[in-house]
Design a protein around this ligand. Structure first.
Ligand SMILES: [Fe+2]
Length: 235
């Protein structure tokens, strides 16, 4: 949960640099940065709906006197929705027409969203996580990641997984890989083979029969790495 929250904290903190850094009229870069934030906002929707469906009902029913406090934090999702939707609308307009004034409005919207969101995430970590550890089973809590990822398909899956894994310890990364279904592990290995290799080491041959999908995944990987690299410089 904390790695997921950190994705949102870091991504929205990087908005001034990433969005203000796009030159007026540079549609290619605006589409890349716009796509990155559109996916992060979509991930935020998925994260919230997962908590709404899988966490709050069980927790408020089981945590006794703390139920009112949990419900107060749950209700913050509704207050965040207008800020998320406003950011999405402004982001779409700027990505289509990368004008600096539109970009400034997107940065302002994402910054305002971040201020309210971070306060909510902090409260979840301080209040909700200990209660969830006490009152939810491992299986109930374990249903959250799949719910959060179900709106992502194709190569977009790797952007979200990359953002998450970048904020995990090595132990957490190994644990995550150990619990992935075998087909996902195979895809992860293939993805790793496509990453840039150290100088002097030959790139392995492209897997047979995977040309179109792999080429797409490779372009997305480069876009994701670019966005991630820029994000890392600001946090
Ligand atoms: Fe939440």
């Amino acid at each position: 949960m904390k790695a997921v929250h950190q994705v949102f904290r870091d991504a929205f903190a990087a908005a001034p640099q990433l969005i203000d850094g796009v030159a007026a009229g540079d549609r290619s870069r605006a589409e890349l940065v716009g796509s990155f934030y559109a996916n992060v906002l979509s991930f935020l929707h998925g994260h919230h709906s997962g908590e709404d469906e899988l966490v709050w009902p069980l927790l408020t029913a089981r945590c006794g006197d703390a139920a009112a406090e949990v419900q107060r934090i749950a209700d913050q999702h509704g207050a965040l929705d207008p800020a998320i939707e406003r950011a999405e609308v402004l982001l779409g307009g700027w990505a289509a027409t990368p004008d600096p004034a539109l970009g400034a409005a997107v940065v302002q919207a994402l910054t305002q969203l971040r201020e309210v969101l971070v306060a909510h995430l902090d409260e979840e970590e301080e209040v909700v996580l200990p209660l969830a550890a006490e009152h939810l089973t491992v299986e109930e809590w374990g249903a959250l990641p799949a719910h959060g990822m179900k709106s992502f398909t194709g190569d977009k899956l790797w952007l979200i997984l990359g953002l998450l894994r970048d904020r995990m310890t090595q132990e957490q990364r190994d644990l995550m890989l150990a619990h992935m279904p075998p087909p996902l592990v195979v895809l992860a290995e293939r993805r790793r083979a496509l990453l840039p290799r150290p100088p002097g080491r030959a790139r392995p041959l492209r897997p047979a029969g995977a040309t179109p999908g792999v080429a797409r995944a490779r372009r997305q990987e480069r876009a994701s790495c670019l966005a991630l690299a820029t994000t890392r410089t600001t946090v």
